[in-house]
Design a protein around this ligand. Structure first.
Ligand code: ADP
Ligand code: MG
Length: 701
């Protein structure tokens, strides 16, 4: 592409700046072209200060004439700057980050500020505007005239503090990019095939690069941005598409006997399956009978009945003479699932064993032996299942419940217990569709988008710490009706001991002062497993009215008679955790309520709790969550890699582009599994060289 790749070949870039640019990830000319603006100023929409109107939100470009650090009283300082654009003066004020801004803004700077205009008397001002320094007078820098005078749209490049200090502000970067384009004979060879270019109506890559850095019009810029996003999404989806064919090709045992056990599981059901459950079972069975390895994610909101779907797959495995492993993230959950499986599957002749880390040694040896000999059909357990000493006789199916709680390595370790066993991942953390495509694009996905009938929606109310008396009355009334309640205290890792004490003390208080006449139990992670099990058992069988606990009861616990959920310090929990906790009630025919108790409500916490109050739709909540937290934080670490690998596309807002790119990628692989055809050679090369996914392609081809 470029005849040489040293940045120092560009006028204005010496060793020092080259080092700073390298620090920012710009090590070569190619990196420079790939350093995209973070936003654009449309000069045709810039406003002169003279014509500003109170209350409007605008962008103004001008020069800082003076700056001032002021004492705003009560120990509060503020930073003020005045900007002139020749037509008038604009006052900028910062109350927060005062120290930072006072250091980074100086008289003489050319800045672009964006914000809402407020008039103080006749002087227009902005508070906490979005601000970009375009250039700084007196610093060694390009200062070319072409800086602001070419084109109507000015790109604003991201710059770090270190870059700014070296004069590498947005304007300087733009000049450097401009010189690179002007002085070096650059051409970006198109890597997509003519067919894809035409079908998806994409701007050629060379043009897109030029438009991204030097837009000639808003429309052309839009097309360029679309092309870049599309490209990025296309190659990430290509990764998934190739992986999927790779895994698809792996043969796995064909479960083609639909035996007697499966039939009687169906006959013995105490309720009718929902249509969504039936459809999910059909999809699973299709995979299991295909002779290729199943790799499916079963998504469904809390309480949608995923366990039953898994039980059908498990039963089919056993009908075909194979074993199944079911892994859950906590001991309580594993224990509960073991009970559930025993109830549902033992009458069909399946032999179930529970395996958790904290079993007594002798008992454990016996369980291990029966797993190894094939005496046991289904092993339910925690991650204890993946330990080396656990050897299966003939493992054919792996089910991982609440899969987002496990790391990739743990999931892989379980799968490695057999050769290409079928894999079913389950999650109650609903993920927006586009995010699923972006993060789990290599899995088949089944969604259970329907709740079993007869559920009454959970009423959720916020409750101030001071107003808990009323809440206690509600609990008392429910218990009087024969119902049960949970009271949950958060357990935040850093302060585990203190929180545990808080939970224990509150338990004592509730037991002796508030509900001396009721039966209360306490459960938390530090209890020995046997004790945890016995407390859970008592609650399940109705021997306890109120279960006080830490978040160990968060996942999967299923007691339909419990109708009240009180969450203390709700402001400390995240949206999905609150949604999970709330899902512990509303599981039976009785109407349920959830109380979110808080002491202070501010910022994001307020938004989270109000979101919970406004809807019980897990998908809606996860979208809100995503908006509040960003994609990277929402998924586990290794999944966020796949997502945050995106530089310009936004998985939330670019759903349309994602769909187009995904379709194209999967079509391509369907027609040319290993990208061996000549017309796809450039796609193949680009994929191998530019995206770090070459390994997969090598695996495939
Ligand atoms: P989750 O999807 O959260 O794992 P579960 O599998 O624990 O949900 O199911 C929640 C509850 O709903 C359980 O008590 C289960 O027995 C019950 N259930 C499952 N399917 C149905 C159905 N079709 N009709 C009625 N109740 C059902
Ligand atoms: Mg579950």
């Amino acid at each position: 592409m470029a005849p040489f790749s040293s940045l120092q070949g560009i006028r204005g870039v010496g060793p020092r700046r080259a080092a700073i640019l390298a620090e920012a990830g710009i090590r070569s000319i190619d990196d420079l072209y790939d350093y995209f603006p973070r936003r654009y100023l449309d000069r045709t929409r810039l406003k002169k200060i003279r014509s500003l109107v109170d209350g409007e939100t605008v962008t103004v470009v001008g020069t800082v004439t003076e700056t001032r650090l002021e004492n705003g009283g009560r120990g509060q300082s503020r930073f003020k700057a005045q900007v002139s654009d020749g037509s008038g003066l604009l006052d900028l004020t910062w109350f927060r980050g005062v120290h930072y801004f006072s250091k980074s803004i100086a008289a003489g700077d050319t800045v672009a500020v964006h914000g809402r205009v407020t008039f103080f008397g006749r002087l227009p001002g902005m508070q906490h505007p979005d601000y970009d320094r375009l250039d700084r007078r007196g610093q060694e820098g390009p200062g070319d005239d072409e800086l602001y005078n070419t084109g109507a749209i000015i790109p604003i490049y991201p710059t770090s503090e270190v870059m700014k200090q070296a004069g590498l502000n947005s304007g300087a970067i733009r000049t450097i990019v401009h010189r690179a384009f002007r002085d070096l004979p650059v051409r970006f060879d198109e890597h997509l095939s003519d067919g894809i270019m035409a079908a998806c109506r994409l701007m050629p890559i060379d043009e897109a690069y030029r438009q991204i850095h030097f837009p000639s019009s808003p429309e052309e810029l839009d097309r360029a941005v679309y092309r870049m996003k599309w490209d990025e999404l296309f190659f990430s989806q290509l990764f998934f598409a190739l992986r999927r064919t790779g895994e698809r090709r792996k043969a796995s045992v064909r479960f083609d006997h639909s035996g007697i056990r499966t039939a009687s599981l169906h006959e013995r059901l105490p309720f009718k399956m929902t249509d969504a459950q039936k459809q999910a079972v059909r999809e699973l069975y299709h995979d299991l009978r295909s002779g290729r390895q199943m790799n499916r994610l079963l998504q469904g909101d809390v309480g949608s009945g995923k366990t039953l779907v898994a039980q059908f797959a498990i039963t089919l495995a056993v009908d075909n003479g194979l074993q199944a492993a079911f892994m859950a993230p906590t001991e309580i959950l594993a224990f509960q699932h073991a009970i559930g499986m025993k109830q549902a599957l033992e009458p069909l002749g399946l032999r179930i064993a529970l395996l958790t880390g904290k079993r007594a040694k002798k008992e454990r040896q016996a369980v291990l032996a029966s797993i190894g000999s094939g005496e046991v059909d289904v092993v339910v357990g925690t991650h204890a299942i993946i330990e080396d000493e656990v050897q299966f006789h003939r493992l054919g199916l792996v089910v991982i419940d609440e899969q987002h709680r496990f790391g990739v390595m743990q999931r892989k370790a379980l799968q490695d217990k057999a050769e290409n066993p079928h894999v079913l991942l389950m999650t109650a953390t609903p993920i927006p569709r586009t995010l699923t495509m972006g993060a789990y694009g290599d899995l088949d996905v089944t969604v259970i988008a329907e709740m079993p009938p007869g559920r009454t929606p959970i009423r959720t109310r916020l409750c101030r710490e001071q107003d808990k008396e009323a809440l206690y009355e509600s609990i008392r009334a429910e218990v009087g009706q024969g119902r049960q309640a949970y009271i949950v205290y958060p357990l935040v890792e850093e302060s585990e001991k203190i929180d545990l004490r808080a939970a224990t003390e509150s338990f004592e208080h509730l037991k002796s002062e508030v509900f001396p006449d009721l039966r209360l139990g306490l459960i938390h992670g530090q209890l020995p497993p046997a004790e945890k099990e016995s407390v859970m058992d008592s609650f399940r069988s109705g021997l306890l009215d109120i279960l006080v606990g830490t978040t160990v009861i968060e996942v999967g616990v299923d007691v339909p008679n419990a109708t009240v959920m009180v969450i203390e310090h709700a402001e400390r929990f995240g949206i999905s955790q609150l949604h999970q906790l709330r899902g512990r009630v509303g599981r039976g025919v009785h109407s349920s309520s959830c109380f979110l108790v808080y002491s202070k409500l501010a910022g994001d916490a307020a938004e989270r709790l109000h979101a919970l109050e406004s809807t019980t739709d897990g998908f809606r909540l996860s979208e809100i969550d995503l908006q509040l937290r960003g994609a990277g934080n929402m998924l586990g670490r290794e999944q966020s890699g796949a997502v945050s690998g995106l530089r310009i596309a936004d998985i939330l807002t670019d759903g349309e582009i994602m769909r187009s790119a995904r379709t194209a990628a999967f079509d391509l692989v369907r027609k040319d599994e290993t990208l061996r055809r000549p017309e796809n050679a450039t796609i193949r090369d680009y994929y191998m060289n530019t995206f770090r996914c070459g390994v997969t392609l090598a695996d495939v081809g």
